[in-house]
Write a protein that binds this ligand. Sequence first.
Ligand code: HC1
Ligand code: SF4
Length: 581
Amino acid sequence: KVNLTINGIQVSVPKDYTVLMAAREAGIDIPTLCYLKDINEIAACRVCVVEVDIKGVPMRNLPTSCVLQVQDGMNVKTNTAKVRNAVRMNVELILANHNRECLTCLRNGTCELQKLCDELGIKDIEFEGEKRESALDNLSHSIIRDGSKCILCGRCVSTCRDVQGIGILDFTRRGFNTEVAPAFDYSMKDVPCVYCGQCIQACPVAALRERTNIDDVWEAIDDPEKFVVVQTAPGVRASLGEEFGLPVGTDVTGKMVASLKRLGFDKVFDTNFSADLTILEEGTELLNRFKNGGKLPMITSCSPGWIRYCEINYPDFLDNLSTCKSPQQMFGAIVKSYYAQKEGIDPKKIVSVSVMPCTSKKTEANRPEMEVDGLRDVDFSITTRELGDMIKQARINFTKLPDEHPDSILGEYTGAGVIFGATGGVMEAALRTVADILTGKDLENVEYQNVRGIEGVKEASVVLPIEGKDTEIMVAVAHGTANAAKVLNAVRNGEKQYHFIEVMACPGGCVHGGGQSHVSAKARLDVNPKSKRADALYELDRSLPLRKSHKNPEVIKLYEEFLKEPNSHLSHKLLHTHYNK
Ligand code: HC1
Ligand code: SF4
């Protein structure tokens, strides 16, 4: 332990602590901006400076507390005139080069810079001057990069490079003209970005943000000729409440459905339904690969960021990918075929909207192959945050809404569909169904704890009878593209053998997707949105009467009335796809 004094308080902390951490433990709040715990600790913004002497000898200048290691006999002061003036000046210098159109900014209200200015009492800026020239890149379907808002904190750079292992964004140019951008100023549209939006989650301001489709959705709702249906992803219900001040990871399924009905959608359905459908298609595909000597390991295909990552970086694994479209796309294909037929609606009049915790889903919905007979599976995909904005625009009092149920016939779901949103959930849902099919039993144990949790790579094995022989099925779960790379490299060089792998592009899975509510760097010191939101989904799963996808009555009916059986000819036409090298 190391003993030091902070603002006159004696503190005793482990020796690998920084002054910032030690202060926190002593209940002293040092402001930060570029700091993102464990991801970006680079002292770039100099907002966390403190005054320090060690055994009476003052340290030169004002050190940054986020990287300053504690030492015995340190005497730290966080609230002297010298510190206050320096912090204010550092923030004012950032502001001088920042597009301060706060009132019309997407991050108005969730901006960490705005909050910091308020906390520091900054009311005017002394250093008004020239601003650097900067680009607005809105060419991709998913992500907008707005250089005029960038404060060069580097949080997105570290996240994309170190957490995701991709490295699309970096500091470019020099001095006053420094900017964060892809190499050679390429558009995000033209680089190997997977649109996971983890950089948006890291951005404290609006320099990186989703390309919104709110106006497209309003326009469809307002058009009396259109029949507008909406599906909501599993992960959305675990985060949407945060837009309205509810604690991180509050399950708001009922209020979410009620709000969508009030927004004017003609039908409110649930992606959980098509998650169940995916399990039947994907589980059957896996069993067929076992039986027919097909390519193994089979790898899940529902995360579009992961698919793009695989296409770009591991094309030798494309035959390992399940041919199943994602639940988002399956839903769209079913709505414009089976549902339209059954309800006597012209499928050309149907506008299919999805609400997703994801920014990559926008790009997935726009992939050229994601249509059947000229009808797009999904016309518009919006994020959890965009839905929150629409609810606010409609002046719906979200927290006062009653709990309502999704519409029939594509709104019924089981617990297996719900847990898709958490890392390991697709694997667990698949095992529930595959185990029942192979044993011919209705197995009671449905919880596969080994594939749960936020460890980067998880492994498990299950013994099941294949062709009458007890076989140990080896599975792995990876979340975050850097972890996916680890697993694929191990498979490629023969170190590991698996039968089935789940990959989600985002760390934590969809619950921590790029489209979920922003949780500030400061709030993340107290709550882990990945595990909190996953807990909400597992809790919801436990509360449901049906927890296996093959028990979903509406999915059973869909096969009886329309698709006939999993992997049928019609299933292949509507629900399966191919990948591009
Ligand atoms: Fe996901 Fe999926 S689980 S990919 O994380 O397979 O986005 O939530 O909707 O499509 O169901 C996301 C979540 C989501 C699909 C499903
Ligand atoms: Fe990197 Fe993902 Fe952001 Fe693209 S969307 S720049 S891959 S973090």
